[in-house]
Structure formats: structure tokens, C-alpha cells
Design a binder for this molecule. Structure first.
Ligand SMILES: [Zn+2]
Ligand SMILES: [Zn+2]
Length: 84
């Protein structure tokens, strides 16, 4: 997977809740996360749609989505791709 070219667009987003980010490591979709894959279903297309998630952040989906992804992905993106 190529992670360059993610700036100034959200073409990489598969959940439709991601927004344009200032750096490539931040520009990652929750759907790209292997350990989150089990949480998704036909009704839950984004981590923010998961019940566990909604209880905590009903009104702040976008913010939490971003914070969550940054916190989870920082420093891990390169390892994921190095293993491919
Ligand atoms: Zn997304
Ligand atoms: Zn998402």
C-alpha cells in the first residue's frame, strides 16, 4: 500500500468519516487498521459507529476519530508497511 499522496484529499478513507490531515501518518482510516477489523460489519463502517465508541463521544465523532487514529497510529504505520 502506498501512503504518499494522502495529503489534501481523503481518497484513502474507506469509512467516510476521515478528514484531510496535515501529515501522512495522520492520514489513515480506521478501516485500514487490522486489529479493528473485527469491529466492523455491514452497519458499522467506522470505528465511531461502534457502540462502545458512541457512548463516549456522541457529539464529537470527528474529533475523537482523529484523536483516536493519531494516538493509535503514530509510530506504527511504518512497521505495518515494512512487513508487507
Ligand atoms: Zn476513514
Ligand atoms: Zn473511520
Amino acid at each position: 500500500m502506498v501512503i504518499v499522496g494522502r495529503l489534501l484529499n481523503t481518497d484513502w478513507c474507506q469509512c467516510t468519516n476521515c478528514s484531510q490531515m496535515n501529515s501522512v501518518p495522520e492520514s489513515i482510516c480506521c478501516r485500514e487498521r487490522d486489529e479493528l477489523r473485527d469491529l466492523f460489519s455491514s452497519e458499522i463502517n467506522c470505528i465511531t459507529r461502534h457502540a462502545m465508541f458512541n457512548k463516549r463521544c456522541l457529539s464529537q465523532d470527528q474529533l475523537i476519530h482523529t484523536l483516536y487514529l493519531i494516538g493509535t497510529f503514530t509510530g506504527k504505520v511504518q512497521n505495518v508497511h515494512a512487513n508487507r
